[in-house]
Ligand binder design. Structure first.
Ligand SMILES: Cc1cc2nc3c(=O)[nH]c(=O)nc-3n(C[C@H](O)[C@H](O)[C@H](O)COP(=O)(O)OP(=O)(O)OC[C@H]3O[C@@H](n4cnc5c(N)ncnc54)[C@H](O)[C@@H]3O)c2cc1C
Length: 364
């Protein structure tokens, strides 16, 4: 499935005719039905595996882009292939190191990086992007590339433009509630990645996407980087990243919601690890859908922009450009090909190829 789909859906623009006229890609596109796009991830996994728990583990990959395995097309089962067969990286010094390394690379090319500079508006002359408003200054550029969440961008920085329909009424991916705990004990039962599944996975997703509230037995993900990297926590202690998925926040995720979720998570950890975890929490920091929205600009705290719960989701994502606008491009998790760091990087690569072609065309 990965061989058929990756070049079209992950590494090319779905919105350029050149993708669909490329003979190599067309050959793969003609095998599209092999991807079983009309069947859900869960349906196909149920045919591949016998044990409910195995099906549940592999269904979890839908949450890697904030979707529902009972609805998302089975094409998303390629994520399991990527993780198990191709493999994932463990950045030394944490995820932040990816940003540091990117910054080191671009500095080698004498590119200036400005941080803490909030862009308030992108200005156009007719349909040509010309400048940005930042720190009360108007700065002109030949090209503007935005990595801001596309739903936020149209509502705040592109207010003068007509909003595309799918942006006006976004069908959000999940958000998350995260507790960063300093734990004053070592738990031998835990590994680097740990998932305490809910007993009724289907119902949990109905709560997340239909009722848009928390489930009282949420699946809890516990990541302990100390298990791999000893210097990440003091001796005899552990750093826990404890996360549950939540619906995107439309105002319902208030303090009470967070209190209830914390209580449910603690009860579950106590039950599974036969402990009283609260007494071992020395430090706590909480990241909520509100704080995610505040610090990243992701509307409603949705981690991956729109969800991928339908066969049309990939085509409905905003393209890396807009046909009637010039000199402006879009990258990042809320546009094609989607969210999660690997796809964000792919989106930057696709966009750079589009820009190269546009510049060549302009200079012809
Ligand atoms: C808790 C959590 C856990 C996650 N876990 C994983 C994981 O394990 N694996 C994975 O692949 N993905 C994970 N993700 C998702 C991943 O982080 C996102 O998909 C990815 O970071 C999106 O990248 P981006 O560049 O589109 O946006 P962001 O990383 O959000 O970057 C957008 C940037 O734009 C800035 N910005 C916003 N508005 C403006 C403005 N007006 N002017 C200037 N700057 C602005 C923001 O401050 C931000 O720095 C996780 C996300 C969260 C929140």
């Amino acid at each position: 499935m990965y061989d058929i789909s990756a070049d079209v859906f992950i590494f090319s623009s779905l919105h350029k005719i050149s993708t669909w006229t490329n003979p190599e890609l067309r050959k793969n596109a003609s095998k599209a039905l092999k991807l079983k796009p009309f069947s859900s991830m869960f349906n196909e996994l149920s045919k591949m595996f016998e044990k409910d728990k195995t099906i549940q583990i592999f269904s979890r990959y839908a949450t890697y882009n904030g979707s529902n395995p009972y609805k998302a097309p089975s094409t998303l089962n390629v994520i399991a292939h990527l993780e198990h067969n191709i493999g994932a990286y463990f950045p030394k010094n944490g995820m932040r190191q990816i940003i540091n390394e990117l910054e080191n690379i671009i500095k080698k090319y004498n590119i200036s990086v400005f941080t803490n500079s909030y862009v308030e508006k992108i200005n156009f002359d007719k349909k040509v992007a010309k400048s940005i408003l930042v720190n009360n200054q108007i700065l002109e550029y030949d090209l503007i590339i935005s990595d801001v969440d596309i739903n936020f961008l149209y509502r705040n920085l592109l207010k003068d433009l007509k909003m595309p329909k799918k942006i006006k009424k976004p069908d959000f991916s999940t958000s998350a509630l995260i507790f960063y705990w300093g734990i004053n004990k070592k738990f031998a039962e835990l590994d680097l990645h740990n998932i305490l599944f809910s007993d009724n996975y289907k119902e949990e997703f109905e709560y997340l996407f239909d009722k848009k509230t928390i489930y009282n037995d949420p699946t809890v993900y516990i990541y302990v980087s100390k298990k791999h990297n000893q210097s990440d926590a003091p001796q005899g202690k552990e750093n826990w990243f404890v996360m549950i998925n939540t619906p995107a926040n439309k105002g319902q995720i208030d303090e009470n919601y967070i209190k209830t979720a914390r209580k449910n998570i603690i009860e579950k950890i106590n039950r599974v690890l036969k402990t009283n975890i609260e007494k071992h929490i020395e430090f706590e920091h909480i990241n909520t859908p509100q704080s995610i929205e505040k610090y990243t600009g992701s509307l409603a705290g949705a981690l991956y922009g729109a969800n991928s719960n339908s066969i049309m989701s990939a085509f409905n994502r905003h393209a890396n450009f807009r046909r009637n606008l010039k000199n402006i491009y879009f990258v990042g998790g809320s546009v094609h090909p989607g969210g999660g760091i690997p796809l964000c990087i792919a989106s930057a690569k696709i966009t750079s190829e589009i820009i190269k072609k546009d510049i060549l065309l302009k200079n012809k």
